[in-house]
Design a protein around this ligand. Structure first.
Ligand SMILES: Nc1nc2c(ncn2[C@@H]2O[C@H](COP(=O)(O)OP(=O)(O)O)[C@@H](O)[C@H]2O)c(=O)[nH]1
Ligand SMILES: [Mg+2]
Length: 152
């Protein structure tokens, strides 16, 4: 366990004996902003490395990811489905937060990562949960996020 950029991924690369730069992509690490941003279970496996990437369904995404944000931020109109999350007006600010700075940070994450970028990931959410098997060269793209020069 540890905060972002404390060396968790690098530690796992070393424990797993991933010494080549190309192999290190199996457990991506970064010196920039938070990199690996999903729960990742790593197993020893004979043969070519690959990843099983699990996707939320539209409804599990709303229930398990979005709803807790709405509750935490005091929003009453919790979207009942993906369509509502996309189409209802987005709340302008946290409601009566007990810890304003924390609520602001949570709000920013919900807005800037999940709401603003809806059209970049909505196609990945289907009516059922599913998984895809991806080859080594696509693991980084699947388990991490990247940033531009201004950290966006
Ligand atoms: N100097 C030094 N740098 C490290 C060490 N472990 C990791 N790093 C660097 O710290 C940055 C963040 O590491 P990363 O493993 O991605 O952190 P994570 O967010 O905890 O997974 C990377 O640039 C690593 O190369 C270490 O033991 N010493
Ligand atoms: Mg990491």
């Amino acid at each position: 366990m540890g905060l972002a950029r404390q060396g968790k991924s690098t530690f796992l690369q070393n424990v797993a004996g991933l010494t080549d730069e190309e192999d290190q992509e199996i457990i991506p690490s970064s010196d920039r902003l938070p990199c690996t941003t999903v729960q990742s279970n790593i197993y020893h496996h004979e043969g070519d490395a690959c990843a099983k990437v699990f996707f939320h369904s539209e409804s599990s995404f709303i229930q398990e990811i979005i709803t807790p944000y709405y509750r935490e931020l005091g929003f009453e109109n919790i979207p009942k489905n993906f369509h509502e999350f996309t189409n209802l007006p987005f709340p302008p600010q946290p409601i009566n937060p007990q810890h304003p700075a924390k609520a602001e940070s949570i709000y920013k994450h919900l807005r800037q990562d999940y709401y603003v970028h809806l059209n970049k990931y909505s196609d990945l959410l289907q009516s059922e949960k599913r998984f895809l098997k991806v080859p080594k060269r696509e693991i980084r793209k699947s388990v991490s996020q990247s940033y531009d020069a201004s950290s966006q």
